[in-house]
Design a protein around this ligand. Structure first.
Ligand SMILES: [Zn+2]
Length: 122
């Protein structure tokens, strides 16, 4: 992968990291009455977090947003580490390349789409 591509992914990962950190901070602030705007913000955050690669947001078990955000942050930390070690963009399961479209949508993805589907299917 080219250095400028890696830089792009690193930048999106850092942006996302900032967003999740802010979200966690927000979740840690106890608000007695949730304003409508905050509720909307939370809903969009929840939707956004549901996209985080390794996370399955399951409303039935009431997976907390905080856990989702934590897991997102650790996925991002892992991806940043892979950039440092030069293994970014490689599937952790089969060692094959992760499709560019997948990385563009989920830069923290650690599995290629085939392995991801396999994991979810089992
Ligand atoms: Zn794979």
């Amino acid at each position: 992968m080219k250095a400028n591509e890696l830089d792009g992914y690193r930048k999106s990962l850092l942006d996302e990291k900032e967003r999740l950190s802010a979200a966690l901070e927000y979740l840690h602030t106890e608000n007695p009455g949730v304003e409508e705007e905050d509720a909307l913000e939370l809903a969009s955050l929840e939707e956004h977090l549901a996209e985080v690669g390794s996370v399955t947001l399951d409303r039935e078990i009431d997976y907390s947003l905080e856990e989702v955000a934590q897991e997102g942050l650790s996925a991002i930390a892992g991806a940043l580490e892979r950039i440092e070690h030069g293994s970014f963009g490689r599937c952790e399961s089969c060692g094959g390349p992760i499709a560019a479209e997948r990385l563009a949508a989920l830069p923290w993805a650690s599995l290629c789409i085939d392995c991801k589907r396999h994991e979810e299917g089992s």
